[in-house]
Design a binder for this molecule. Sequence first.
Ligand code: FES
Length: 149
Amino acid sequence: MFEDKTRRRTFIARLTKLFFGIFSLISIVSAFKLKPGAPERVVSLEAMPVRVASMAELMQKGYVAFNLRGRPGILLLVGEEIRAFDATCTHMGCPVSGKSLNTKGVLECPCHGSTYDPATGERLSGPAPRGLSPLEFEVRGEEVYILPQ
Ligand code: FES
């Protein structure tokens, strides 16, 4: 009878050690799986508005060229209104910047001379096959943001 109690206690002690050992092992493995500073959720930058200019800058120059995730863009002040376009010329991809506004007040691609209407982005002359794509934007206080397209 005495021997049974001793064997049972020994068995329970070993079982307890085994459980603590397994628990410790799981904790260590979990700790290695977690990377410090890893984001808890992933938010795509594509889904976020991007500040591209201040109103002061736009008012001063009349245009602001910017780079939006590797693509050229342009903000234009046309009269009292703001316009935003993907500034990639639809002919062969040269960037059409605000400096491309020619003496007639149209955007002229520096590469092969295609022209675009700064108010609409519409193609006025080739060789570009079509107009510039408009970008959605928003003015927040004194800052201009391009919205996710
Ligand atoms: S790349 Fe603009 S006209 Fe050719």
